[in-house]
Write a new protein. Structure first.
Ligand code: ADP
Ligand code: ASP
Ligand code: MG
Length: 440
């Protein structure tokens, strides 16, 4: 059995939903994971924002606008009147439920319930469509099996057991359809796996059922060798090792949610990135093959903050670095890049949260400076250090760009450069020209 996940743009209109139905119809008894239609989760966040602010007119106008988009979609989605009526009933019930929160007080738990409705509506509409086409499509409610534990991580025992019993119960089904993104937390409240988290749902399910493959269907033909939003003429990468994919996803390749790689890697399940609009394209396969030494792709992560702690007296004394890192640990703030020298240490974080407190504490150990609006550009591939030349090629490409920090050797798979935000597009394009286009 395979897990096929379709993102927001893949189910973004009646035409797209019908296309996905045709795609999955011919691919056997699999589990289909769906995101909300594109724009929906953003609209639900906006509705919640109005509700927090007690602006019920703003909330209701946004609800009405979103509802009319769904009603229009349903009007052209089905061939039969009965299907249309059934879908209308389910979707209207969802919107009336959302409207019922337009009162005080509005809590975070209620916001999570509202955010869950997008994926719930996608699954309702798709299941009815597949049934109309003669398939016994079984909706699997994610809220009945997808759960996180106290640490916020997926509770794999619970998920495996509950998903397993649903699959047993509906063993006659031709195909299963389930919601991405949504789950319950450790106390059973409705929660989610964070924005873009449907990819994570797919790999968690893949791990729980030991799937043959996890497929992430989106609007592009696989992981490209550079960010197609900023660089023209990028090409899909045929194959990536799990670690390479994890580095690219973490450092900004939006096609894949960073959390998605781990469950697949641990269970050695191949992940394939495919294009809904071009299903015959090879896409990208992510597996445990290391492959030939080469640079495969580049990605960039925005909103990075660099912190420098300068202290000639302290650095060489043992215990200095551990005190610095303990500070970050106390504030549950992950550090991405690190560079040390005789007189100081520089590191980066990707969140302003607790920055003031962290800087305040670090001042005990040295002189602290902070640079905001930085970007990490990450060059990824099989870059094992005994293969010469890769770091030179990357540095040569960036010769005209001011580089604030470099990190190399943390793994065999990445070289990272910290640069200013305003240099990002130039850096990505320079890397593309030097690393990929000149080699064509
Ligand atoms: P979905 O809604 O299907 O989850 P996303 O918008 O999350 O889709 O991810 C697909 C988008 O990721 C693409 O449209 C593309 O613009 C962007 N993207 C960023 N970096 C890359 C990359 N290296 N390769 C492919 N796509 C990328
Ligand atoms: N619908 C959610 C979002 O927009 C989850 C996802 O699409 O993966 O973030
Ligand atoms: Mg996505």
């Amino acid at each position: 059995m395979k897990v096929l996940k379709f993102g927001g743009t893949s189910v973004g209109s009646a035409e797209r939903i019908r296309h996905v139905a045709s795609l999955v119809q011919s691919r056997g008894k699999n589990i289909i994971v769906l995101s909300a239609m594109s724009g929906t989760t953003n609209a639900l966040v906006e509705i919640s924002d109005y509700l927090y602010k007690k602006n019920y007119t703003g909330a209701k106008e946004t609800i009405n606008l979103l509802e009319s988009k769904y009603l229009k979609t349903i009007a052209s989605l089905y061939d039969y009147h009965e299907s249309r009526e059934k879908a209308l009933k389910e979707i209207k019930a969802c919107f009336n439920y959302i409207r019922s929160f337009a009162r005080e007080p509005f809590t975070q738990a209620e916001e999570k319930i509202i955010l869950a409705q997008g994926e719930i509506m996608s699954v309702a509409m798709m299941s009815i469509l597949l049934n109309e086409r003669g398939l016994n499509a079984e909706p699997l409610p994610a809220l009945d099996y997808m759960k996180t534990g106290e640490n916020g991580e997926p509770d794999f025992n619970y998920i495996t057991m509950h998903l397993g019993s649903l699959l047993d119960k509906y063993c006659d089904a031709d195909i299963y359809v389930t919601q991405g993104f949504i789950c319950r937390n450790s106390v059973g409240e409705i929660d989610n796996l964070e924005r873009g988290g449907s990819d994570y749902t797919a790999s968690i399910i893949g791990a729980a059922i030991d799937a043959d493959e996890v497929q992430i269907w989106t609007d592009i033909d696989g992981m490209h060798n550079n960010d197609p939003r900023f660089v023209e003429g990028t090409d899909p990468v045929g194959q990536l090792h799990y670690e390479e994919a994890a580095e690219l996803a973490y450092f900004g390749a939006k096609i894949l949610h960073p959390t998605c790689v781990l469950p697949a890697k641990v269970n050695n399940i191949p992940v394939r990135l495919l294009n809904t609009m071009q299903p015959e394209a090879h896409g990208t396969i992510i597996d445990s093959e290391i492959g030939m030494p080469c640079i495969k792709a580049v990605a960039a992560k925005d909103n990075v903050i660099a912190i420098k702690i300068k202290s000639s007296r302290m650095l060489m004394a043992y215990g200095f670095l551990s005190k610095v890192f303990e500070t970050f640990e106390r504030y549950k703030t992950p550090v991405d890049m690190v560079a040390t020298s005789e007189v100081g240490v520089s590191l980066t974080v990707d969140s302003e949260r607790h920055l003031i407190e962290i800087v305040d504490e670090l001042k005990k150990f040295g002189t602290v400076t902070v640079d905001r609006d930085m970007v990490i550009v990450c060059v990824v591939g099989n870059l094992e250090w005994t293969n010469t030349g890769f770091e030179t090629q990357a540095l040569e490409a960036l010769r005209d760009i001011p580089v604030r920090m470099i990190s190399y050797g943390g793994s065999n798979y990445n070289i990272s450069f910290l640069i200013r935000r305003e240099d990002k597009i130039a850096a990505l394009n320079r890397l593309s020209d030097c690393l990929f286009k000149n080699k064509k």
